[in-house]
Design a protein. Structure first.
Length: 354
């Protein structure tokens, strides 16, 4: 097939761009749908499961889908700088796309709670990184206030162009599967992405490309579960190993709850041990290394998949790449790297158990 042009060009008819929009792209999107046979086997009853591995985007997360749109529109509006608050992935994507567009990028992060790979990305792409002694929710409140007062373009998911770009993941899943799945399992943090998927599935249904929309099954970390009661109930001190979704007051919370309810699905919680068990299962039995927040989607499926009808087709969104958070991988691993041995065959053979 033809070279993939990036998601804006591929889905241009669905997106608010024109001839005057300078498209800032790293050829994001077109990520693979990978069957998860071991997860499917655990569920049984003929249920088939796939991962939409959005960690294979150019900066390693689904944020690239939103950022190609947000930064293209910022450039069209002749902005000189972009700004975001982030648990890490948004800042990495904003930094990369701003670099490509020749814009300055400012990113506000919660000190001590951004995974190492994400921080490295923001820095190497040339973003101006500002850490606060506070959490993501506080950082988001600050950047919203700053963007109101100063001429700078906010690229968090409260920027509507972000969700426009992110909805293309739903299109891709339908195009790849040839139909919509019955269930879509997805991690929920600031709650923009689940809302974007609902927009995407709804538009495809309106255009007659799919017949039914999936039930959206959103999963928050239990230490940051502001949406599980059916209304937004902010968590003052969110805590979870999945730092990407360590968010206590999701900006798109109401949208997300409405989307899940309309779809016949729900937003529920998974615990840190459940998240880490799914994280390890994906790596060891499926050969897929995603970040802890992404594993929440699979943890939720393992926990609630008994509710799915026999023969269901389920897609789990793996939002970020495991390499983002190498510390977590090393922390949970029972297999350790051996200490340096003498460089001899006998020593190595002994270490292998022979
Ligand atoms: N998964 C990953 C890997 C994320 O980085 C995020 C959000 C989510 C899931 C949740 O998506 O916020 O749309 O519900 N990360 C944001 C950031 C908050 O700053 O990178 P959501």
């Amino acid at each position: 097939g033809a070279h993939w042009p990036g998601l804006i060009e591929h889905y241009r008819e669905f997106l608010p761009v024109s001839d005057r929009t300078p498209i800032v792209t790293l050829r994001e999107g077109n990520t693979p749908l990978i069957e998860l046979a071991a997860v499917g086997e655990r569920l049984g009853r003929g249920i088939r499961v796939w991962a939409k591995f959005d960690g294979l985007n150019p900066t390693g997360s689904f944020k690239d889908r939103g950022m190609t749109m947000a930064v293209s529109k910022a450039k069209e509006a002749r902005a000189e700088a972009v700004l975001c608050a982030s648990t890490g992935n948004t800042s990495a994507a904003a930094a990369a796309y701003a670099a490509r567009a020749g814009l300055r990028a400012f990113v506000l992060i919660p000190e001590g709670y951004v995974a190492l790979g994400k921080l490295a990305q923001a820095v190497i792409y040339g973003a101006e990184v500002i850490a606060i002694r506070g959490n993501f929710d506080q950082a988001l409140a600050i950047v919203r206030a700053v963007a109101e007062r100063y001429p700078i373009n906010l690229v968090n998911s409260v920027n509507p162009y972000r969700l426009q770009g992110q909805k293309t993941a739903a299109f891709e899943i339908c195009d790849q599967l040839g139909t919509a799945p019955h269930w879509l399992c997805i991690p929920v943090g600031n709650a923009g992405n689940i809302a974007a998927y609902w927009m995407g599935f709804s538009e495809y249904a309106e255009r007659g490309r799919i017949r039914e929309r999936p039930r959206l099954q959103g999963f928050e970390a239990s230490g940051a579960a502001a949406l599980v009661g059916g209304s937004v109930q902010p968590v003052a001190r969110p805590e979870t190993v999945a730092t990407a979704i360590r968010i206590g007051n999701p900006a798109s919370g109401s949208l997300a709850i409405a989307a899940a309810q309309q779809s016949g699905g729900a937003i529920r919680a998974v615990s840190d041990p459940e998240i880490l068990a799914a994280y390890q299962l994906l790596a060891r039995e499926e050969g897929i290394f995603c970040e802890p927040a992404s594993a929440a989607a699979v943890a939720g499926l393992l926990k609630f998949g008994h509710e799915a009808a026999s023969g269901s087709q389920v897609v789990c969104v793996l939002t970020g790449n495991g390499l983002k958070d190498p510390d977590c991988a090393l922390r949970v691993s029972t297999l350790e790297v051996s200490p340096g041995l003498d460089p001899e065959v006998s020593a190595v053979a002994r270490a292998m158990g022979f």
